[in-house]
Design a binder for this molecule. Sequence first.
Ligand SMILES: Cc1ncc(COP(=O)(O)O)c(C=O)c1O
Length: 303
Amino acid sequence: MTANETVATAMPPQSAGVPVGDVVYFDARYIQKSEVTVSPDDRGFLLGDGVYEVAAAYDGRFVALDRHLGRLKKSLAEARIDVSVADPLESVFQELLERNGFAERGKAMVYLQVTRGVSPRTHAFPKVPVRPTVYAFAAPFPDMGDLASGISAITRPDLRWSRCDIKVISLIANVLANQEAKENGSFEAILVRDGVALEGTHTSFFAVKDDVVMTAPLSNLILPGITREIVLELCHRTGLSVNEQAVPAHTLPQADELFITGTTIEVAPVVVLDGRPVGDGAPGPVTTRIAELYRAAIVAGRQ
Ligand SMILES: Cc1ncc(COP(=O)(O)O)c(C=O)c1O
């Protein structure tokens, strides 16, 4: 048996009809994922030199796609990759849903990344300008179990660089911390720098104390989460008090509630932190209310 045959037999069986998620966007073309060939000289592959974006769609309608495209453009500009590559990408998000059969029903996500392109390896930008590599795929939401009943998390030192506001593909510090969480039986690691809890490895982080919702302010130390932004707007609109101030890690055991947010995670209560129950160990009323508000905003297409 060849290596390819081994891989083929290990793949889950395809559903009948349109193969779900098999059509991807690569180098300005819609092709089968199996037809993609990434150059070994791609700077994303060699250097982690690229940025990415993830947007979610419910029944074919994206949540805040304009905000995701805005953040992508900002990431490209900060990374000094040609921002004009983003111009045709709004239609790519929509087209991938349609070509993969996700445009009608259910929850799907589109992942899109842009690398600086293909060029012999140097740290500095290629001497001769090259075309950025754009790759995008659609997939059903990852099955993460029932997050609404609460997840457990651990705190870990934040070992990332100091431009966490750019959504870069080089994620090894996030990967290592999230793996530690998984090995601990937890869902997420909350990253702590200089004594304050900033965000998760792939989520924004919130604490609730005396009915005040607290989260780290936007800075170079966190990703400006789109879900975070929508949640804060919903809090303001519904009169929930917000304090955009990073939560000192030593106060976390006294928090009434903790929760995380993210594009595919939505709003998930943290009911256990570092092995100890948060509050009474069940999703709290403020988190539950925010999760309901978020879900209602998505269903109504109001974000
Ligand atoms: C480090 C980090 N923080 C926060 C988030 C949540 O951002 P969003 O709500 O835009 O998905 C993510 C998402 O990938 C992330 O990687």
